[in-house]
Design a protein around this ligand. Structure first.
Ligand code: PLP
Length: 360
């Protein structure tokens, strides 16, 4: 039987004539038993959003957005992206037969940029946004994109409630699935940048009657929502980003207030591990469980480690990590490891295996 994708939840989503699908959704929840044992948790689970067709949960938003664009008779679509949303919009836009224009953050990882190029999409790289960017340039970009969308009858595919609330409803389907897969989860750990993902997940959990606490996970160097939740600032905005974690570099999160309210309503909290802890968590997950995700996703595990240290989590809790994006999306950090791979001759293989076995 053909996969239904997120259209399985059509009754709970905005009305469209048809869903544009590439077989997204219905991602597995896996038990991280080795890690749970190591951390002294009775259970630790992971929602594998990295297994969506283009390697991130953004596919769910793209399905909804492109289906709405067809429904409303848009001539095409336009979006901004640090990589994942652009890739999803490019794939689903192509699938829908709609032309697309994408403004990429110039500092996005090379893998995220290269992966776009095979699709039928017009890509430009925009300077002055992302880690090095200023709030003024980021705001001006959003405004320019909004104006272009209006003038050209394009669907505005920016993945935030502030710009595309109906498209963002696709995120809720993550929680509809969690309600079927792990109804007894005590906490849902959500990597958080602009806050739209967390807002949709929290809404979906509530809709399905789940009482899990929602935890916002941001890198310490760019944690406006966590700072706000901790009472350190009046608004969820900071002056500059000081983190290298792609996709979580939003000093002025467009959905910051919505996300903070959603966390508080769920009786959750915010946790902000630093970049080094996030990158360590990325390796820990790969080495102990065979699960390789992009750094942004590993912020969820780094936050769990942080919360265990601070006794915010108890051994009887059952946290779920939302693993938002695949590891291949950001590989530059492994170049140093690659340089250490020895070059040997065929004659050395047996002795090398011997040496390796005795080192285990
Ligand atoms: C892999 C990944 N994780 C988490 C997020 C955070 O989502 P949001 O910006 O809606 O908070 C993003 C957003 O781009 C992402 O690409």
């Amino acid at each position: 039987m053909a996969s239904e994708g997120v259209s399985r939840f059509a009754d709970d989503l905005p009305t469209v004539e048809r869903f544009v699908s590439l077989g997204e959704g219905d991602t597995p929840v896996i038990e991280l038993t080795a890690l749970a044992e190591r951390l002294g948790l009775s259970r630790l689970s992971a929602k594998m959003e990295s297994q969506n067709p283009t390697g991130s949960y953004k596919d769910r938003i793209a399905v909804m957005s492109l289906s709405l664009a067809l429904h409303h008779g848009n001539a095409g679509w336009i979006a901004t992206s640090s990589g994942n949303a652009g890739l999803s919009m490019a794939a689903y836009g192509t699938r829908a037969g709609l032309a697309g224009f994408l403004c990429m953050v110039a500092s996005a990882p090379q893998e995220k940029r290269l992966a776009l190029l095979p699709y039928a999409v017009e890509v430009v790289s925009v300077d002055g946004v992302g880690r090095e960017g200023t709030a003024q340039v980021a705001t001006a970009l959003m405004e320019q994109v909004r104006v272009a969308a209006e003038q050209q009858n394009l669907f505005l595919g920016i993945t935030a409630h502030a710009f595309n609330p109906s498209g963002m409803r696709g995120v809720d389907t993550i929680s509809y699935e969690l309600a079927e897969q792990v109804p007894d989860a005590s906490h849902v750990y959500v990597p958080t940048g602009g806050g739209g993902l967390l807002t949709g997940i929290a809404r979906g959990l509530r809709h399905r009657g789940m009482t899990a606490k929602v935890v916002a996970c941001q890198p310490a160097g760019c944690a406006p929502i966590v700072d706000f939740l901790n009472g350190n600032t009046d608004v969820s905005a900071i002056s500059r980003c000081d983190s290298d974690i792609s996709a979580l570099q939003l000093p002025r999160p467009p959905d910051g207030t919505l996300a903070a309210t959603a966390v508080e309503t769920s009786a959750g909290w915010g946790t902000a591990p630093d970049d080094a802890a996030i990158l360590d968590a990325q390796r820990l997950l790969a080495k102990t469980e065979g699960v390789f995700v992009e750094p942004a996703s590993a912020a969820s595990l780094a936050a769990v480690l942080n919360d265990l240290d601070r006794r915010r989590l108890q051994p009887t809790d059952h946290p779920v990590l939302v693993l938002t994006g695949a590891g291949w999306k950001d590989l530059a950090r492994f170049e140093a490891d690659d340089a250490r791979v020895p070059l040997i001759t065929v004659d050395d293989v047996v002795s090398r295996v011997d040496k390796w076995r005795s080192s285990l």
